[in-house]
Write a protein that binds this ligand. Structure first.
Ligand code: UDP
Length: 254
């Protein structure tokens, strides 16, 4: 393939210029990081799995009318997406106490929350993605009031969709993070779900056993991330039972 122009390289993904104006190619790497990059490892096949899982989720969202940047998957590691103007905020939705919420407020992990709670974090690695409020977002002009209302509505719709999708395969959606961007259609601007939705950005627990099926397996040294994400993909029906990421036919023996 012709050499493509690299637009941005992040911790787990690379963006390349797309084939048409206003498109990009999103490439999923095998890298896993935690603690704002302090912890790093590579899991063979993780990028392939996240590409497939994120495709599955984005297609589902598109099918129920939740707009996303996703256009189509191109190959095992890449998908074609719409170029959007990213809003520099991470939107976290929580259904069950875990992670930083449990730590900050002293609520035991696993405690169901009385209602979904939405939080915002300013995307800035140097600052460690600090938590911010709607006041900061509006005052510093990271988003308008209309953007905020749209982002909250979007986040709650994604929460309902994901909760049902995962519950159907015996998985409890504890919390997740999404990112949003602006697209223009003629003179009309709207907010769409961008980035990825995968076990890197969700907390997923087995309904019966509570077993962790997400990036906490890496954060807390509980096992192999590729095996864990293979289980999620298999349950979602994306991979045949017992199948791996399927990138290169026979599984590599290390
Ligand atoms: N999350 C994420 N990227 C981040 C921070 C958080 O995808 O940079 C996700 C994380 O996987 C979890 C949710 O957002 O599903 C809430 O994370 P939390 O605030 O509890 O932070 P953590 O415990 O991961 O530090």
């Amino acid at each position: 393939m012709a050499r493509r122009r690299l637009v941005y390289e992040g911790k787990a993904k690379i963006l390349y210029e797309g084939p048409e104006p206003d498109t990009l190619i999103q490439h999923f790497k095998d890298d896993a990081t935690a603690g704002n990059g302090e912890k790093h490892a590579i899991f063979d096949g993780k990028g392939v799995l996240n590409n497939r899982i994120s495709e599955h989720v984005m297609l589902g969202l598109n099918a129920i009318g939740v707009p996303t940047h996703f256009i189509k998957r191109l190959n095992m590691r890449e998908q074609l997406i719409r170029a959007v103007e990213m809003i520099p905020v991470e939107i976290v939705v929580r259904n069950v106490a875990a992670g930083s919420l449990s730590k900050r407020l002293g609520i035991e992990e696993g405690t169901p929350l009385p209602r979904p709670i939405i939080e915002f974090y300013f995307k800035d690695d140097k600052l460690g993605d600090p938590m911010v409020t709607e006041e900061h977002i509006l005052a510093f002009n990271w988003a308008t009031q209309q953007d905020m209302d749209d982002m909250i509505a979007l986040a709650l719709r994604v929460n309902d969709f994901l909760s049902g999708l995962f519950l159907g395969v015996g998985i409890r959606l504890v919390d997740f993070k999404i990112e949003a961007g602006r697209v223009w259609e003629d003179d009309f601007q709207r907010i769409v779900v961008a980035d990825e939705i995968s076990p890197d950005s969700c907390r997923l627990w087995d309904v019966k056993t509570g077993k962790k099926l997400d990036k906490d397996v890496f954060r807390r040294d509980l096992g192999d991330l590729a095996d864990t994400y293979t289980e999620v993909a298999t349950r979602l029906g994306i991979l045949p039972a017992g199948g791996g990421a399927g990138e290169s036919g026979p599984k590599l023996v290390h």
